[in-house]
Ligand binder design. Structure first.
Ligand SMILES: [Zn+2]
Length: 427
């Protein structure tokens, strides 16, 4: 499957495969309607994408002087959400606070923990900075200088959705970094280059188990995961990011819940089983889903997203999973009372609550959390996140232990609620 890259044909094949499994388990299709009027299990989200036709530039204008650097020769790009990004240069150290609209350059010792770089990118995004400029690592440098370096392509958003904040992460050479850090703080940074528009898409797999009760079936529960991963973009002998834990394990959980809940006595409430595309690149599958939900979002009483539960987390007791944003709503504690081996997320500093598709649904007011057992293993987003690392007995046990609590939720009248002041604010 070549790493099921977001928005790729392999992602589409994964969506179709999951849809075919949903069909086999007896779910109803809840995806797009085809030319013959037949509903399928796959939902296609059209994306707007763009491709640079020649190398883009990064320029800094300071007191009337312009310095320009060229993609490939001086810098590369690790994340891009707009073809043109402009903002005032803000130079900060690790404890600094990124400013809204700024392009943030980081004063960082060369041997700094890579995790700190990730933290800064995250903080810059949540502060709505326009971009981050970082000194490249040795690995970044090698790929920048390699003959395979391609001009960046970017997804600018879902077609017809203008609600995307421009953001870019630029990895610069040592020379550029030294020059940048000596520039006074009144400078202005521009990233720009000629682009050609291209159409793209991402794919979700959506199946539904209609509720059996005439009243309770109006309530919907969403059980979700993401089917995409990072593609075959690695270097070396194993370039394929298989994403066995991230998030094939979550898809397996959703499939198993579909199989188990469809096989038993039909639950009173309606359950949507959804595997999203493009979680790894912009969360576009989930964003499209909430804008084109097969059921009015007012009727969705909860979403539970499953991410990375193929390996145990040593930070929590054996055979236990954790729930992001546990103390934000009464969903986790209530499921725990019903036998779910669920505890609070032991890595609050990672902000996992905001880092998966659950958050897209949460911003729409739905009580939405992610279940995981990710113990921050070093195979995260590496080609080594492979099947051989999956702990099948742990994973089977964890998934099985949730079937009864989920079945209870699907048969109850319990409507989960955010605790006072704990609902995430809509953007
Ligand atoms: Zn993931």
């Amino acid at each position: 499957m070549q790493g099921r890259e977001s928005g790729s044909n392999y992602e589409r094949i994964a969506a179709e495969y999951i849809g075919s499994q949903f069909r086999q388990f007896g779910l109803q299709p809840a995806g797009d309607v085809d030319e013959t009027g037949k509903k399928g299990f796959v939902q296609r989200a059209p994306l707007a994408t763009a491709k640079f036709s020649s190398a883009p530039k990064l320029s800094v204008v300071s007191s009337g002087n312009t310095r320009s650097w060229q993609f490939g020769r001086d810098f590369s790009v690790s994340f891009l959400r707009a073809a043109q990004i402009v903002g005032p240069l803000q130079i900060i150290d690790l404890d600094g606070t990124p400013a809204k609209g700024a392009i943030v350059a980081l004063k960082l010792p060369e041997n700094a923990d890579p995790q700190k770089r990730q933290d800064l990118i995250r903080r810059a995004r949540s502060a709505q900075a326009a971009g981050v400029i970082l000194l490249e690592t040795e690995t970044n440098k090698r790929s920048r200088e390699s003959a395979d370096l391609k001009l960046p392509t970017l997804t600018t958003g879902i077609q017809g959705d203008s609600n995307v904040t421009p953001f870019g992460v630029f990895l610069v050479s040592k020379e550029v970094n030294d020059q940048l850090l000596s520039i006074p703080n009144d400078a202005r940074v521009e990233f720009d280059g000629p682009t050609e528009g291209e159409g793209g898409a991402t794919w979700n797999a959506v199946g539904v188990l209609p509720g059996s009760d005439p009243f309770a079936s109006k309530d919907a529960i969403v059980l979700s995961a993401h089917l995409d991963h990072l593609g075959a973009n690695g270097t070396g002998p194993d370039p394929i990011f298989n994403g066995a834990d991230d998030d094939a394990s979550g898809c397996v959980a959703v499939l198993e819940f579909a199989r188990a809940l469809a096989a038993g006595k039909r639950p009173r409430r309606t359950i949507y089983f959804v595997c999203f595309g493009s979680e790894e690149r912009g969360g576009y599958g989930a964003r499209y889903y909430v804008a084109h939900s097969p059921v009015s979002l007012d009727h969705v009483v909860a979403d539970i997203t499953f991410e990375m539960l193929g390996r145990p987390d040593a930070k929590v007791p054996p055979n236990t999973l954790w729930l992001t944003g546990y103390d934000r709503s009464n969903l986790g504690p209530t499921l725990a009372k019903r036998g779910a081996k669920l505890v609070a997320d032991p890595h609050p500093e990672q902000n996992f609550f905001q880092r998966s598709d659950n958050y897209t649904l949460a911003l729409r007011g739905i009580v939405a959390h992610t279940v995981s057992s990710f113990g921050l293993h070093s195979d995260y987003h590496r080609p080594s996140d492979d099947l051989s690392k999956i702990n099948f007995s742990f994973m089977t046990h964890s998934i099985e232990s949730l079937i009864a609590p989920l079945s209870w939720l699907a048969n109850s009248n319990f409507r989960p609620a955010w605790l006072p002041g704990k609902a995430p604010n809509a953007k």
